[in-house]
Design a protein around this ligand. Structure first.
Ligand code: FES
Length: 211
């Protein structure tokens, strides 16, 4: 049987570029793939004058194809403005790698989604989002799909850690099925606050644990 990966895929998988976590990033995205449940995190450092991506890093909890595509995407995005980087497509990344098996297309989609999520996060934190959607429980829910449940390696919505979301006059209340003294409680709360507090019309976020 013919080996399905190109030399370039293998090379990026074995020596991924720009891999790791970034301390105090200007933008951060965490995306999960609906197809396989794997996740990717992308961190950006952006020049506020020129909007050029000066540094970018990624962490992949996915497969070899995801690692290789995330690696190539960071190379493509570095030095580009955030608007240019938004236009990088999974097809382009796949092409740069010399192709991927069709069954692995979702792995490159995941990498591109991670990049876009980090750009979106940067834009929101820097007041660059023009269309302002009113925050509803559904908006909060979709934000929480980007918060990882470290116990499962999946997001806190899919693992049903979130039992209720209320939004009232800019005040968001999120109920979790987790005791406050759980070893991951503080980390999960911090991630939730980071994702929800940046919504333009939210003034307060309360994370409520079971005890
Ligand atoms: Fe999940 Fe590739 S199989 S990212």
């Amino acid at each position: 049987m013919k080996f399905p990966y190109t030399e370039k895929v293998l090379e990026h998988f074995k020596n991924p570029r720009n891999v790791g976590k970034m301390e105090n990033p200007d933008g951060k995205g965490l995306e999960g793939s609906p197809a396989c449940g794997d996740m990717v995190a992308v961190y950006l450092q952006v020049n506020p004058e020129t909007q050029v991506i000066e540094d970018i890093k990624f962490e992949s909890y996915g497969c070899a194809s995801n690692i290789a595509t995330a690696s190539i995407i960071t190379e493509l995005a570095k030095g580009k403005t955030i608007d240019e980087a938004k236009n990088i497509t999974w097809q382009q990344a796949t092409e740069e790698l010399g192709g991927l098996p069709p069954v692995k297309a979702h792995c490159s989609v995941l990498a591109v989604e991670g990049l876009r999520a980090s750009i979106r996060d940067y834009e929101e934190k820097h007041g660059l989002v023009s269309e302002k959607e009113v925050t509803t429980p559904d908006v909060v829910r979709s934000r929480l799909k980007h918060v990882m449940n470290p116990m499962a390696g999946l997001d806190i919505i899919r693992t049903e850690l979130v039992t209720k979301i209320d939004v009232n006059d800019g005040i968001v209340r999120i109920l979790l099925d987790l005791p406050s003294n759980h070893q991951f409680a503080a980390a999960i709360k911090e991630d939730i606050l980071e994702k929800v507090e940046s919504l333009w019309d939210v003034t307060e976020v309360n994370v409520v644990f079971t005890e």
